[in-house]
Design a protein around this ligand. Sequence first.
Ligand code: SF4
Length: 362
Amino acid sequence: MKFFNLYSDIFITKGYNRILISDLGRNISNLYPVELYELIIELKSTSIDSVLEHYDAESKTIARGYIDHLLEKEYGFITTDDWDTNFLPLSYEYHDYRPISNLFIEVEQLVLPETLIKSIINLGVKHLAVFCKNKVSLQDLIRFDNVFEDTPLEGIEISSVYSTEFSPASFQMLNNRTRRIYHLLFYQCQELPLVENTDYRFMLAFTKERLSINSCGKINMDDFNTNMPKILEAIHHNSCLHKKLGIDIEGNIKNCPAMPKSFGNINEMTIEEVLQENTIQQYWHLNKEEIVVCKDCEFRNVCTDCRAFTECSHENQFGLDISKPLKCGYDPYSNEWSDWSLNPLKQQAIAHYGFEQLRVRE
Ligand code: SF4
């Protein structure tokens, strides 16, 4: 008797028509027909010979082909007499000891109030994303990065309007004098690209687009991430909002700066006080299994979510928005991608957010 053993780091997400097999050791995901899921489940409790003997000749050939493919992709291995019990199942638990891991702030100028800096340090925030509505100077960037010297903050991502002040020499200086800035995006650029093939420690990107906080939330396959911590987080929590806070241009503390609900203002209270009230955390635990359409999607554990811009079609019993993200053009029932902004069923939500104008500008 032969037995098929699936490696414990092979994680399968079952969608309506297809499955996504994620190899968590290699950070790769591949799509397969949903019938392979049934076969893999059967092979967990039944020997290969017993599984095959119930199939007709044609299905047997297909099943053998699938098993060969699983072996070829190194998703599993074969043993005789019994399954190999030396490989314990992987725990899918997810723990993040920080009260907050990410903070997303929209600002007019690249400076933060002293109390907010203290909170970022006190809470052990790991990543800071700043969307600046105006131009920043080289000195602004260096000063901003240096404020977090000797703090637990690991990375800073900054988006700002492009200034012609920047040259390859200034980016080199930025590279030498900063440690935490790992991504710098300049928008509203006249010409592209301004600097090519750089070896800077940070990623440098330019776009002619007139970005705003509302530009966020687009779902596309290039951003899907087969990464064990991200998948484990997505299984249990909201893959966009868990352990994240946003602060809008007025200083309102929110789940995301683009969401309407505010839980307080940084000019009147600290982030720590908002967290103690225990209401901002509600969206943190809304995973994709609860979100309409997404719950049937094979990409739900590798895809990010967006609660700021949704189809505005469903709420759960706690009043949380469980609608599909507006800016997703994928249909898990037909497995087709289309332009979300042209979908006739989304036009009402598009008008609700005023995205008709955004589309013209893009
Ligand atoms: S339907 Fe779209 S947003 Fe939802 S999980 Fe699938 S790809 Fe992601």
